[in-house]
Design a protein around this ligand. Structure first.
Ligand code: DGL
Length: 248
């Protein structure tokens, strides 16, 4: 049995925890929502790195032997620092640009992410490596994180906020839209309704879960007595976290 820490700026990382628990139903998870500091998307990389260090210390104090940075923004800002400071494995988020680029038939791929992720060198490097054969249309999901944190997952206001970010990608002819923020999968029903049926949405969470399983197996950490359990912690009020946890 392994104890895995999972964190995000808020409840978005639950979309990753959902995929992890499908693959590793017998392990133990400690989830931390930093919702008192949410959103991370417009904060400086230094701030996000400092929070990621404090949260990692907390997760280790709760027994974490590996940490999933279930936040694209924190991965982009902090994963290098975390790996250099701690002697445990870190698994981060990577926007699914590579599979999207190979699967796109229209030659246009949309990437929806936070401003922090789209500016980060980690993202720019990935894009440089994958993106020459297709056109990549980026958009910040402005207001998306707030919609999810306030559990406003549908309705006219949510729809107009989502249309504003996705509209330009659809008009440019994107047939695949990469979800580059872990909050966004909670808006998928709305996104699917707005987009034409031929548009697919790519979420890297299943690949992150598979990567975690490999890392745990390589280190012999997933073996032993099953003790499935998830602990939830938040730096602010925990009602959204509990509500979304009950539906994943
Ligand atoms: N869920 C996060 C991400 O994947 C953070 C969003 C935010 O706090 O701005 O980027």
């Amino acid at each position: 049995m392994a104890t895995v820490g999972v964190f995000d700026s808020g409840s978005g990382g639950l979309s990753v925890l959902r995929e992890i628990r499908k693959l590793l139903p017998d392990d133990r998870f400690v989830y931390y929502s930093d919702n008192a500091s949410c959103p991370y998307g417009d904060k400086s990389p230094e701030f996000v790195t400092a929070r990621s260090r404090d949260i990692t210390d907390f997760l280790i104090s709760r027994g974490a032997q590996a940490v999933v940075v279930a936040c694209n923004t924190a991965t982009a800002a902090a994963i290098g620092t975390l790996r250099s400071l701690y002697d445990i494995p870190f698994i981060g988020m990577e926007p699914a640009i590579k599979p999207a680029v190979s699967a796109s038939r229209s030659g246009v791929v949309g990437v929806l992410a936070t401003a922090g992720t789209l500016k980060a060198s980690k993202y720019l490097d990935t894009k440089r490596r994958c993106g020459t054969s297709v056109r990549i249309v980026e958009g910040v999901g402005r207001g998306f994180v707030e919609l999810v944190e306030s559990l406003e997952l549908d309705g006219p206001r949510a729809e107009s906020i989502v249309r504003e970010a996705v509209g330009p990608m659809l008009s440019a002819g994107a047939d695949i839209i990469v979800l580059g923020c872990t909050h966004y999968p909670f808006l998928l029903p709305l996104l699917r309704r707005i987009a034409p049926p031929e548009v697919s949405f790519y979420d890297p969470a299943p690949a992150v879960a598979r990567r975690l399983r490999v890392v745990l197996q390589e280190r012999g950490m997933s073996l032993g007595e099953p003790y499935p359990h998830t602990e939830l912690h938040a730096s602010g009020p925990d009602d959204t976290l509990k509500k979304l946890f009950s539906i994943i």
